[in-house]
Design a protein around this ligand. Sequence first.
Ligand code: AMP
Ligand code: FES
Ligand code: ZN
Length: 317
Amino acid sequence: MKCRKCGGRAVLELRRHNTAFCAGDFLDFFRHQTLETIRRWKMLSRDEPVLVAVSGGKDSLALWDVLLEAGYTTAGLYIDLGIFDYSRESKARCQAFAAGRDARLIVVSVAEEVGAGIPQVKDVTRRPTCSACGLSKRYIMNRAALDHGFGVVATGHNLDDEAATLLGSTLRWDESSLARQTPVLEATHPKLVRRVKPLFRTSERETAAYAFLRGIDYIVEECPFARGATSITHKEVLNRLEDASPGSKASFLTTSLERARPRFQAAEPVDLRECVRCGQTTTGEVCAFCKLSDQVRRAGEAPSKTHAARCSQTLQT
Ligand code: AMP
Ligand code: FES
Ligand code: ZN
């Protein structure tokens, strides 16, 4: 198989694009596709500092690498979920990546914010683990961005993640998820920062190839709580469709964004206000993160010093 660009030996075939690349031309293709997505979807402006949420996995580290290479002003944000070896190893990967590039890494620990790490949170709430974890990550990403003066957070969600989320929401006809799922979530409130997903058109296979060819040391293991998750089944089903008909995942996602999302969005107006406890946005009185922290505290875990201090500050002002 030959590289479509230079005629040299290809290392990767991309059936969806009906093409194949050698290592150097694939890296160029990957960078170009990412930067073109950022441009076309108006995700970032050139002089705007961006907080890159890094999990230690291939996608977010590949994204941070592309942004650093392209000259964006960035800092990484690692959220320590307290999930045993998985968190220790993923944090070490992020720290090594940042140190190797002289980049700034901000680390926030869920245990300090909520009063307990995700494994203990799992035991005290009736929410599925991934839902409590996702809620904590979204909250911390937004607050860390505000605290450190960033107007935008970039995450490494890729095409496979996004298509699987869309399939899950569609199977449940979950209208509010369908309205919310977008590569660019604008800041619709002064206490919200913009959230962008520059890899949403890029497959997991492509990000793995990029990270490998760039020599990025990333964590390969999945989170132990992800085992048996329905999102994995949705990814497998989508991979079978993609095998039979290359391009299915991308077209499922993009046609939904173009045609379906605007309708769900129109039907789901969201009235945001500030949480009376912590000041972050919520649709009710008290935000879901404060409620989660309360549950942890009631279950007898140590109250979160950081979060309690912030809440009392907000109440006094
Ligand atoms: P996931 O929800 O694990 O598929 O991750 C999706 C994206 O969320 C990743 O590509 C990261 O950008 C971000 N993310 C996930 N886990 C963390 C974490 N522990 N710290 C910071 N960002 C994270
Ligand atoms: Fe959140 Fe696994 S990363 S539960
Ligand atoms: Zn709150």
